[in-house]
Design a protein around this ligand. Structure first.
Ligand code: NSS
Length: 424
């Protein structure tokens, strides 16, 4: 008899099915054993009656034991999932020692046993939401003429400043783990025009916050013949597409996390745009004095986005607050934009128009105090048919944190790497 998944059960009322999975909950009374069985698609209550020859095995079975069962399906409104199975066959696949996770355990403990905690409903739903989200991003790129490409992770060329570079010993020479695929995507965009990649990025962030990971997943795009405004349009279309899809196709996952699907349906272009200088004005009205030239931090971003329902672009930052590769918008500002998620979550995307003129780039590398030797190949791109181009990087975990209303970024990834945790 072929095994079915729990999600298929509604099609088998009155019939017999075979299921396999793990013991999620267990309760024994004098005459019945109730087992809530879990598989990747859901949970279902199974009942073992006193007269079953495997009653004692079922009575003793521990939480998280893997089992294979057969039983008859009946509708039961009170049962989790709305159906119940009366078992006529019960086999242990792999026994379980006493499961260390019980109710009300500390966050630290749950992080220590993350390899087991991933079986929880919360983590399961998060991982599904994450997979759907990445799928929608890919769908959007495909429908809009972007090629998926695979840039390197080991590099000698820093992209986002030396302070967060992770260095490694590369057979006697110093190399780094990638902070961003951007420079490589720029090179590939002069071949394929519109490209994107999904890779891990690494930041040796010394700060302990609810929105920084040491290793995070970075969705980056680069587009030839596109300016900063065109870049923002691409970003808002991409984000909106994924939010609409999640709300329409998986509202129950959003609801599980306390997110109303209609809030995601409302995430439609155009997103509001504030220039950096306008942002300072708005902050002033909110009682925050950010000196011109400084990058807004968590506090400022929270103040800006707390009462907003849709993401907000802040564009044209002061040159000194941003990276060497950004094209000037005027003498003081660069043509860039950060996308801030609403409800206090803050930055989820950083993007910009790139310097595409050779002399301007050499000048900028010098002014930012970088070693021109490390950037020779990157500079070279400007020697052979350079064109205006722009791109952006989206933090997958930050985006998920916003959509699922998570308190901490570590719950948007199965095995978080933070300043004090690289295990399990
Ligand atoms: O540093 S960024 O703002 N921009 C770049 O890396 C560009 N080179 C991307 C590009 O144009 N191709 O990082 C982009 C996004 C940022 O908005 C966050 O959402 C996310 O990457 N990010 C992080 N997420 C989690 N943890 C950390 N530490 C982190 N740093 C950036």
């Amino acid at each position: 008899m072929a095994f079915k998944h729990i999600a298929e059960i509604p099609g088998y009322v009155g019939k017999e099915v075979a299921l396999r999975g793990w013991v999620h909950r267990h309760r024994a009374t004098k005459n019945n054993v109730f087992i809530v069985l879990r598989d990747s698609t859901g949970v279902v209550q199974c009942v073992v009656k006193k007269d079953a020859k495997f009653f004692e095995d079922a009575e003793r079975v521990g939480i998280e034991t893997s089992i294979a069962v057969k039983g008859t399906v009946k509708k039961d409104e009170r049962a989790p999932g709305g159906h119940e199975l009366t078992l006529n066959s019960f086999k242990v696949v792999g026994p379980s020692e006493e499961f260390p996770i019980t109710k009300d355990q500390s966050t630290e403990f749950l992080l220590d046993v993350r390899h087991l905690w991933l079986r929880s409903q919360r983590m399961t739903q998060m991982m599904k939401a994450r997979a759907y989200l990445l799928g929608y991003f890919r769908d959007w790129f495909k429908e809009n003429g972007f090629w998926e490409v695979s840039p390197p992770i080991l590099t000698v060329t820093g992209c986002e400043g030396g302070s967060t570079l992770f260095s490694i010993d590369y057979f006697g020479r110093k190399a780094y783990l990638s902070q961003s695929a951007q420079l490589y995507l720029e090179a590939i965009s002069y071949s394929l025009e519109r490209v994107y990649s999904l890779t891990p990025s690494f930041r040796a962030e010394k700060s302990r916050t609810t929105r920084h990971l040491i290793e995070y997943w970075h969705l980056e795009a680069e587009e030839a013949f596109v300016d900063n405004e065109g870049n923002m349009k691409i970003e808002e279309e991409l984000i909106s597409y994924a939010c609409q899809k999640l709300a329409k196709e998986h509202p129950q996952i959003l609801k599980f996390f306390g997110r109303e699907p209609k809030e995601m349906l409302a995430v439609k272009p155009p997103f509001e745009r504030l220039s950096y200088d306008e942002m300072l004005e708005e902050l002033k009205h909110k009682g925050i004095d950010l000196p011109w030239g400084e990058d807004p931090g968590a506090k400022e971003e929270k103040a800006l986005t707390m009462d907003r329902k849709k993401p907000l672009f802040v564009y044209n930052y002061p040159r000194g607050a941003k990276a060497f590769y950004m094209k000037k918008a005027d003498e003081k500002h660069v043509a860039c934009a950060d996308l801030l998620a609403p409800e206090g979550h803050g930055e989820i995307i950083g993007g910009s128009e790139r310097i595409w003129d050779l002399k301007e780039l050499l000048q900028s590398i010098k002014e930012f105090g970088l070693n021109p030797k490390d950037y020779e190949w990157y500079v070279d791109l400007r020697r052979y048919g350079s064109v205006p181009h722009s791109g952006f990087g989206l933090g997958v975990e930050r985006t998920l944190k916003w959509i699922l209303k998570l308190e901490h970024i570590r719950d948007a990834v199965p095995f978080p790497r933070t300043i004090n945790r690289v295990y399990p």
